[in-house]
Design a protein around this ligand. Structure first.
Ligand SMILES: O=C(CO)[C@@H](O)[C@H](O)COP(=O)(O)O
Ligand SMILES: [Fe+2]
Length: 222
């Protein structure tokens, strides 16, 4: 199974994103955390920054929206040409309608679940999504500790994906490091967001290689 490593620019230098992107040539996608100071108690950037990143990035953008009223705002991010747009289940009135709109515009549609949000109501909706993001920290900040208590959600998602014969990516985000990535891979994740453990090092290329190897060593063959 393919392992994807998506470095999060939340841990990069905010006034030097163009240069920071050149430090991760071996990444699969660039994870872009949009925070609105309402859905989460932190503020990053919005549409103009994502539009600009889309223009300068050679890697596809994996946009993670941590904002209220995803129904209203998510489609605009897909219109930037972002490869994937993931919105929070807790912030959408009609997640299926949002996902359909994102796909119509041409983006992959992702749904994200906070650690306390149950996965079961979403299992039947898997065909509507290209990616499910299981948060392994409370959204809002980088550098927090990985919560292995959410691993059963990944196991449920993996089983549901297999039962339905779907190719939905299972993404984890928060506290992913050389030490924790294997736990998430074991539980079924195939797409790994890593902020501090990539941009917080002197050698992001080496960090990506280490993470990739650790994930692959714990990935099930199927
Ligand atoms: O969405 C978020 C935080 O809300 C993440 O994408 C963080 O950027 C992950 O940072 P690390 O935990 O890897 O430092
Ligand atoms: Fe994120």
């Amino acid at each position: 199974m393919t392992v994807r490593i998506n470095p999060s620019i939340l841990a990069a230098d905010f006034v030097d994103f163009a240069n920071e992107l050149t430090r991760i040539p071996t990444a699969d996608l660039v994870h872009v955390d949009v925070m609105d100071n309402h859905f989460v108690p932190n503020l990053t950037f919005g549409l103009p920054m994502v539009e600009r990143l889309q223009q300068v990035s050679e890697l596809p953008l994996d946009v993670h929206l941590m904002l209220e009223d995803a129904d209203r705002w998510a489609p605009g991010y897909a219109e930037t040409g972002a490869y994937s747009v993931t919105f929070h289940a807790e912030a959408a009135a009609d997640p299926v309608a949002v996902a359909r709109r994102l796909r119509e515009i041409g983006a992959r549609a992702g749904i994200a679940l906070k650690p306390g949000t149950a996965v079961d109501p979403y299992l039947d909706l898997l065909p509507e999504f290209d990616q499910v993001l299981v948060m392994t920290v409370e959204p809002g900040f980088g550098g927090q500790s990985f919560m292995d208590s959410v691993m059963p959600k990944l196991e449920r998602l993996r089983a549901a994906r297999e039962a339905a014969g779907l190719d939905v990516w299972l993404q984890v985000d928060g506290g992913i490091s050389e030490k924790t990535i294997g736990i998430a891979a074991e539980a079924g994740a195939d797409t790994f967001v890593a902020g501090s453990s990539v941009f917080g090092t002197d050698d992001p290329v080496a960090a990506i290689a280490t993470l990739r190897a650790a994930a692959q060593a714990h990935t099930h063959a199927h």
